[in-house]
Each structure stands twice: as C-alpha cells, then as structure tokens.
Design a protein around this ligand. Sequence first.
Ligand SMILES: Cc1ncc(COP(=O)(O)O)c(C=O)c1O
Length: 382
Amino acid sequence: MEALYFDHAATTPLHPDVASTMSNALTEAFGNPSSIHQLGRLSRKIVDEARTVIAKSLGANDKDIIFTSGGTEADNLAIIGTALKHQDKGKHIITSAIEHHAVLDSCHYLETLGFTVTYLPVDETGVVGVEAVKEALTDETILVSVMMVNNEVGTIQPIKAMGELLEDHQALFHTDAVQAYGIMPLDVEALHVDLLTVTAHKINGPKGIGALYKRREVKLQPLFFGGDQERKRRPGTENLPGIAGFKQAVELFLGEELNRQARFKQLKALFEQELTTIDNIVINGDEKKVSPLICNVSFLGTRIEQVLMNLDLDGVFVSSGSACTAGAMTSSHVLKAMYGEQDERTLSAIRFSFGLHHTEQAMIEVTKRVKQTIERLRKLSE
Ligand SMILES: Cc1ncc(COP(=O)(O)O)c(C=O)c1O
C-alpha cells in the first residue's frame, strides 16, 4: 500500500536539489568559514551567499539575518534575548495562548526570572485580535510575540495590523513565521516586525538550521558565548551543509509563493470537499484566514489515539497537533484555547498538512482511506 504522508507541518521531505547541494557542501566545503585560507574562504562564501538569499526572501538586509539551529532556537533568542536586554524599560511581555511551545516555554522561563507575561486568549476560530493586543499593552511592555500562521489549525494572524499598532510603542514585535514561510510572501518592512523566525525543514530543507531576522537597531542578549560568528549574536562554527541546503530550499520557492498558494488552495478545497462526505466532522479554524497547507478536522465521537493508530496502519501519516507534543498525547493547547479542554472537537482533532509532492489523486486517495477508517471505528464503538 502506498504511504500517504500528510504531516508536512511537522516536517517536509528533503528536496532532491537540496540533498545534492548539501552533499557537495559536506564533502567539498569542509573548511571552517572562520579560517582565512582558501578553503575557509570558500565556506565563508557559501555562508554569505545563503545569508543574502534568506535576507531577500524576507525583504531584509543581509546583516539582519542570524543563523540558528532552527525555529526553536530563533524563538528563544528573539524572546529571551530581547527580554534580558531591555528589562530596564519594563518586564511585561504579551503573547498568545496558541503559540508554539518554543515561544510559550521561553515565556514561562522568563516568568521564573520575574517577568510578567500576558497570554492572550483566542476566539473559536483561533484568531488573536489586534484590539486584544492594544488592550494588553502597558508602559511596561517590552515585547509582543504573536505567530503568523498557527501550526495546528493554520489560522493566519493579523500581523501587519499588529505591527502598525506597535509602531508608536516601545515594545518590540516578534512573529514566528515558520508555517508561513514559502507559502506567503514575507516582507519585514511591510509587516512592521522587529524580529521574525523561520526554519528550513518546513520548506523541504534540512533539519537543524533556521534563522532569526533582527532589525539592525534592535539589541539582544546572546544566549550562547564563545566566538565571533553571527556577529557574536550566535557564536559557534556554522552548520555549513545546513546553511547551503537552507539557501537551496529558499531558492526553490522564492517568487513562487503566490502560485504555490493558489495551487494548494485548490488541492485543499478538493480535500475538504471529499472529506465532507464523512458524517459528523468539524473543520477547525478560520474558514478564510487559514493556511492552504493545513486542515485540522475533528471526527466527532472518535478518539485521537485510536484514529492516529488506525490511519497509520492504513498508510496515512498525520498528526494530532504539534509534533513536538504528539508523543505525549496531551490534548492540544491550541484547541483547548479555542474550545476548552473537554470539548468534543478538542478530543477528536486530527491535523492534515500538505506538501510539494501532493496531487489531486493523493487528495482523493487519502480522503477515501480516512473515510473507511472513521466509519470502521464508529461501527466498532456502536
Ligand atoms: C510555528 C512553529 N514554530 C517553531 C517551530 C520549531 O522549529 P524547529 O523544529 O526548527 O525547531 C515549529 C516546528 O514545529 C513550528 O511549527
């Protein structure tokens, strides 16, 4: 039976072009980018060129890109790094209840250091209102962090409007754009953000490499020490194969974001149309302001573990929420924030997420298998 991978929000397969670029970088460009001999200079060139491409993909300046080990580290650096640096101006931070744990746990850590964090609630569609941010702001607020696209339900937040609101406030504005990258054109100037997180493995690039955009004037406290790399903001010998692969992955989508969006909108519409032939389902999240790469569905009356296990046996690979917490099978903090802990929709939600190799045929085949599985499970529990 053909395996159907529908978990691209957790991670994506490496694109073959990325794999061959990385393979060259692994074998040929083994010099340390900090070495001044020819081999070092070759590696430095790879890092510099990658920085230029990634900066371009965000409408940023090369100097404003800091390579990190991925989205988690970029979020930590953005939040903890700026909070520690700016605490003389206040110790209040605003975020939302539906952020990735890389943001939430960074905020929890800051609370242990005496910072106060407001976790903004969301409505049933998973949207954090601009008004809510406005009301939560105080003279003590030094940072606001709201994600651009939610990784579990795909809801798109009004980041530009929040950025505009914060223009006249001392608070820095960070957005985790991990799930928006590659599918939405991003421009840090137009969005009015000071800090923005991206990672390579959600865009058919390698795992273990990401970047933080940091507006030049914004000061942050590094979290690592021990070298001059990344202008001392993130010391450590660069992950050269990762950086080379990251650049290649970005080049594959750059300028194509809107075309990709249109293609996935069609595929997702077909997926949802086929899915709605199953009784008693709810599609979670905002109908319009939602990523075309994510569809979160509650199969009412079923249990997540049972559905995941049976779909796995049928060759359908999906998640019940963030991959980072899926192993623990705790109910999703995102759906809890939208509906409450014991709501039937929270208890039966499955995330399908789409990727480059998907076709109309794959949409039809996956929904067929899902329908069979759900109907079988419902019969068994009658
Ligand atoms: C929204 C969001 N932020 C951050 C991360 C973490 O990125 P990484 O896996 O590169 O550490 C993820 C990955 O699941 C994510 O979806």
